[in-house]
Design a protein around this ligand. Structure first.
Ligand SMILES: [Mn+2]
Length: 293
């Protein structure tokens, strides 16, 4: 089963196991950037995160947790047909279902943002009350983009279609069409959170969901381009590391059951800092995910 889904011949994330036995978290990559609208390169994201991860400490002072106390497996990257955006979603769904069958909480590494839909589709079978939290510069609520409804510019729209609760909280969105902003406002799903600000509004928005399973999707262009330049569609006016930690601190009291980190395009940032930020995001997520029951 593992062999037909994943290619794990390459490196793995720091401290990860190669075998899922006794692990509580499963990591896999999706080396795909086929619908990318501006600069491709996110297919190199998962490998870049793994490569730089050795420079991180295992201990996170903010969360007061250590990677050494968690058992997590890195399956490598899933096998995909790069020419068929619909089949990619199906492959992501199969990989996520496999992890669920092993009671592994999934963390997926992109690749581009369109892959999120596949993971959500698999997870709502186990968690029908799943809600989605999105950190992103872009609304991603288009019905279709350049003739493709599975474009990364449409990913939240596609996720909403398969979420029974139809609940998504969007944080940091600063780019989109007038219609997308209208939709976010009409549905009360754009959370007011500014760089350097507090998470009062997020806490308020999360009040009815204290017990709900949460999928946290992190498009790295949420961060400011001055911190994270290595992404295909950078947007000025973004967030910094402390902002991310504030959000994680707030989410500590909630149930994050699965997550993804998408849109790292490592070759755009020759300094390599973007990949290190992404690897640190992954460390934070491993330390924040709830064990699957
Ligand atoms: Mn984005």
């Amino acid at each position: 089963m593992i062999k037909s889904l994943f290619d794990n011949e390459n490196g793995i994330f720091m401290g990860a196991k190669k075998n899922p036995d006794n692990c509580s978290i499963g990591i896999f990559g999706v080396n795909y950037d086929g619908t990318c609208s501006f600069k491709p390169g996110t297919r190199f994201g998962p490998e870049a995160i793994r490569q730089v991860s050795i420079c991180l400490e295992t201990y996170c002072p903010k969360l007061d947790k250590d990677l050494q106390d968690v058992k997590y497996v890195d399956f490598g990257s899933i096998l995909i047909d790069k020419n068929d955006s619909e089949s990619i979603i199906e492959s992501v769904k199969s990989a996520t279902n496999y992890l669920i069958s092993k009671s592994l909480s999934p963390i997926m590494l992109g690749g581009e943002h369109s892959i999120t839909r596949g993971a959500i589709e698999a997870l709502v079978k186990k968690y029908p009350d799943l809600i989605l939290i999105q950190l992103d510069a872009h609304a991603d609520l288009r019905e279709s983009y350049i003739g493709n409804k599975h474009s990364h510019a449409c990913t939240m729209k596609r996720c909403l279609e398969v979420l029974p609760e139809k609940k998504i909280l969007q944080i940091g969105i600063r780019s989109g069409t007038k219609e997308e902003f209208q939709f976010m406002n009409d549905n009360n799903q754009l959370v007011n959170f500014l760089p350097g600000g507090n998470t009062q509004e997020l806490k308020k928005a999360l009040l009815p969901y204290s017990n709900s399973p949460i999928y946290l999707t992190i498009d790295l262009d949420w961060f400011d381009p001055s911190l994270l330049a290595g992404t295909g569609t950078p947007e000025p006016g973004g967030f910094f590391w402390n902002d991310f930690e504030e959000i994680l601190k707030t989410l500590k009291d909630f149930r994050i059951v699965a997550s993804d980190i998408v849109e790292l395009s490592p070759e755009i940032d020759k300094s390599g800092v973007s990949s290190i930020v992404a690897a640190k995001v992954l460390r934070s997520l491993i330390l924040s995910l709830e064990n699957m029951q």
